[in-house]
Design a protein around this ligand. Structure first.
Ligand code: IMP
Ligand code: MG
Length: 182
């Protein structure tokens, strides 16, 4: 693993940023009851760190949607694989995502949740690949901007691997080429 991945954001930096995001969220949601809605599976590591730092009453829920095949490029098709346990009507929803890339998944999620009558919908993403955006959607809170490179770790995967890396790294292009048909 060591020679195929370069550290982009060390663990300490991710953890420090999570504390900052958590205090912003805590301040903004004080006195409100929020459902923190994680998108499986990429958000779980970031989300578990984040919610431990948010000192207000909250509940968590999860959805699983897929917009990706087994490669690195968005297909544009979003499918619900697992829905929420809670009814979102009238609730304040904070979506937690690993990374916002094209924005297709987040746009789909925000539209879906608004359509279900939520009182508010915001998103907190660990990473923001702003230059890749091809739909207009607000990323209300995010940890760091990243460039066009494919990142793994801290929940992010390549072919379901590397989610457990305790830092954000860049997978060398030759590793990706080996697996992705061109
Ligand atoms: P979007 O719909 O294009 O914004 O895609 C968002 C999803 O694509 C994220 O939740 C990730 O699962 C996946 N994704 C996008 N970029 C990366 C990356 O660099 N590494 C790992 N997963 C990524
Ligand atoms: Mg994802």
């Amino acid at each position: 693993m060591d020679y195929t991945i370069e550290t982009l954001i060390p663990r300490e930096a991710v953890e420090k940023r999570i504390k900052e995001l958590a205090s912003e969220i805590e301040r903004d949601y004080k006195g409100r009851e929020v459902i923190v809605l994680g998108l499986l599976k990429g958000s779980v590591i970031f989300m578990s760190d984040l919610i431990k730092e948010i000192d207000i009453p909250l509940v968590i829920d999860f959805m699983s949607v897929s917009s990706y095949g087994n490669g690195t490029d968005s297909t544009g098709i979003v499918k619900i694989l697992k829905d929420t346990d809670f009814d979102l009507k009238g609730r304040e929803i904070l979506i937690v995502e690993d990374i916002i890339d094209t924005g297709l998944t987040l746009k789909f999620m925000k539209d879906l949740i608004k359509g279900r009558g939520a009182k508010s919908v915001k998103c907190c993403a660990m990473l923001n690949k702003e230059a890749r955006r091809n739909v207009d959607v607000d990323v209300d809170y995010y940890g760091s901007k990243v460039g066009n490179e494919f990142v793994v770790g801290y929940g992010l995967d390549f072919l379901n691997m590397y989610r457990n890396l305790p830092y954000v790294g860049v997978l060398k292009p030759e590793v990706i080429q080996k697996y992705v048909n061109k």
